[in-house]
Design a protein around this ligand. Structure first.
Ligand SMILES: [Zn+2]
Length: 81
């Protein structure tokens, strides 16, 4: 499984994602190029813009990635400490 997800033609490392917008961007500006796109905030204040499909793929990839890191079995070991 890859730790990268393609957003806006860029390979974005999943571990650099800080948050993902729940609603599409809207600022009311006539010249806005990002209306209807979802903001993906990365570390160091960087931002990439995802289409609805790209955002869904990213969220799915993030869940797989985070889910794979902490299987239920390991939680039982925690109480042992
Ligand atoms: Zn805008």
């Amino acid at each position: 499984m890859s730790v990268f997800c393609i957003v806006d033609d860029k390979h974005v490392p999943l571990y650099r994602v800080v948050w993902v917008a729940a609603t599409p961007h809207f600022c009311g500006s006539d010249s806005c190029q990002r209306e209807g796109f979802y903001e993906i905030r990365l570390e160091q204040g960087e931002v990439v813009w995802a289409s609805h499909k790209e955002r869904d793929q990213l969220l799915e990839a993030l869940e797989d990635w985070a889910g794979g890191a902490g299987p239920a079995d390991e939680e039982e070991d925690e109480s042992w400490h």
